[in-house]
Design a protein around this ligand. Structure first.
Ligand code: GLN
Length: 212
């Protein structure tokens, strides 16, 4: 059973823990650097990225999180979590730090005051079946994707038509929206599958490695 941590400094930690458990992961909240070593994957929840970043700094988590992601720990960020995983943030609060790792530029609170929150069906690459019912709450969107980044989904229709709201780069996945709030577990299932594959790959390397 893959062990997936949810960064539990601020945000909708409980909902992600429940969604991860429902798709067969062992899910646990993480707050301390030493807890990262036990994880096969990490979720960065929705919430408020500026608060989360401040707390991560104060808890001595920022550098350990960056190091873990650099070392290949699979990570999924929803909404504020997407901002935390992005290399570049527009409309950031002064000096707002991120974990980074995703070669994207995101814009905070991008959908604007008129449409602070809205819901919309979004078709996602790699998620079969009907579109995901996407819930956006003061959500970011992705304004630039680097060459290694796959676009998994975009808004269809309305004033934000075509805006990128789901991306993947190797072991990193991010969505502007909050599947953890909807009961639709397909994004969590996709992520946990990726976590399983990464863990199996590590086990194979180990078996074959002999220290090489
Ligand atoms: N607006 C928040 C931020 O900038 C994100 C909102 C959310 O996670 N629902 O971090």
């Amino acid at each position: 059973t893959p062990v997936v941590g949810v960064l539990a400094l601020q945000g909708d930690v409980r909902e992600h823990l429940a969604a991860l458990r429902a798709v067969g992961a062992e899910a646990r909240p993480v707050r301390r650097p030493q807890e990262l070593a036990e994880l096969d994957g990490l979720v960065v929840p929705g919430g408020e990225s500026t608060t989360m970043a401040n707390l991560a700094g104060r808890f001595g988590m920022l550098e350990p999180l960056r190091a873990a992601v650099r070392a290949g720990l699979p990570a999924y960020g929803s909404c504020a979590g997407m901002i935390m995983l992005a290399d570049t943030v527009l409309d950031a609060v002064d000096g707002q730090a991120t974990i980074g790792g995703l070669d994207v530029t995101v814009r905070r609170n991008a959908f604007g005051r008129q449409v602070d929150s809205f819901e919309s069906p979004v078709r996602l690459d790699g998620v079969p079946g009907p579109p995901v019912h996407a819930v956006f709450i003061r959500a970011p969107w992705v304004e630039r994707v680097g060459p290694g980044v796959e676009v998994l989904g975009r808004v269809e229709g309305g004033p934000a038509d075509g805006k990128i709201v789901a991306v993947r780069q190797g072991r990193l996945v991010a969505t502007s929206f909050h599947p953890e709030l909807t009961g639709d577990l397909r994004v969590h299932a996709l992520f946990v599958e990726l976590v399983r594959e990464a863990a199996a790959g590590r086990a194979r390397d180990h078996a074959a490695g002999g220290g090489a």
